[in-house]
Design a protein around this ligand. Sequence first.
Ligand SMILES: NC(=O)N[C@@H](CC(=O)O)C(=O)O
Length: 408
Amino acid sequence: MIIQGTLVSSSGTSHSQIRLEGNQIVETGSNLGKADYSFSDDCLVFAGMGDIHIHARDDVGESQIYKEDFCTAAAAAINGGVVHAADMPNNPVPPITDESYHDKLKHLEQRNPAIHFTLYAGIGPGTRPLSFAVPYKAYMGPSVGDLFFRTLEQLDETLSHYRGCNVSFHCEDPILLDEHANAATHEARRPAECEISATRFALQMIEKYELRGKLCHYSVGEGLPLIREARSRGVKVTCEVTPHHLYFDQSDLTDENRGKMQMNPPLRTVSDRKAMLAALRDGTLDYLATDHAPHTLDENEQGISGQPHLDTYGAFVTWLILDQKFTPEQAALFCSENPGDFVNPYVSPKKFGRIEAGYTASLTVLNLRQPVTIKREDMQTKCGWSPFEGITFPGSIEAVFIEGKRVR
Ligand SMILES: NC(=O)N[C@@H](CC(=O)O)C(=O)O
């Protein structure tokens, strides 16, 4: 199959062709032959985009599949132009040992969803590394689920067994969270200082145990210099940012929308939001990762934290490009290449993130001239809503190819 259009990578944009054979890209060039699919100049063809922070809610116990499962998460992902995703371990039956991880993997294989999921293993008090390579996730303090640390000493002791591993951190300091537990609003109960203190600690741990570290859903401007300083000393740390922390801030909160707008870490100030946009632009933040955290609207109204975001990933990227003036090359880096580099050690023989021979033939095509208004009925996530309902993004998904097949 030959596809032609404006191909985007972090190093540039070119009008070119791609030849796919089976599930692989075998060649790119300008004279490969007659195209099966030709995309106009209104469209940009990216290596398939990857969301490396999602909650598909599916495990062997199946107690949360009323919110989402691997198949509905995959449908939402394709709707949003996401071709692979990495699933978090805060399940009721968390994958924290060889056995529980294998059980979840087997469950995933039985579901046979339409996109590839990489599974994180959880780190909790007293856990030990698995006997095979996986990405890990450590929740510093309580969020959703029971997999978290009550003290940072406990986390330090546990991490001493994970030397050299790939560990992602949910950065909110459990002791400071406790100190603010009686504040009046969600934002005041989880203030910026919790994330800043946790950032300092995570960076120390990454350095001390020579981890390959990642900070999840980064949201506070004051923490960014700490990350830059650690990197300048060679500490191996990368960072995610979510659509909600780039688009919304506390000035968007009303009495009516508080339930929908609740997540951990919470919405921050206007200046934090602008700092996140600037840090995504300058490369301090590495991944657009949604923290897709589906709950029913009723659950959100009752105070649970998390928003669904897979369905709107690609449309949101067009807002970054057209409204916020990110270059397509920057988007290729934080939507395709960096997420690919993050999961590639765990997904062989698949290889995500670039339009090059030898990579998996998955592509995300955005149309920059076809705006879309986000409507509840167009969402594929099982929880059935979006925080962006009613908002018009300036572009939309034109096509999605998964492993050599056009699926949209
Ligand atoms: N981010 C959230 O607000 N919620 C996540 C948990 C998490 O990632 O902290 C969830 O699982 O619902």
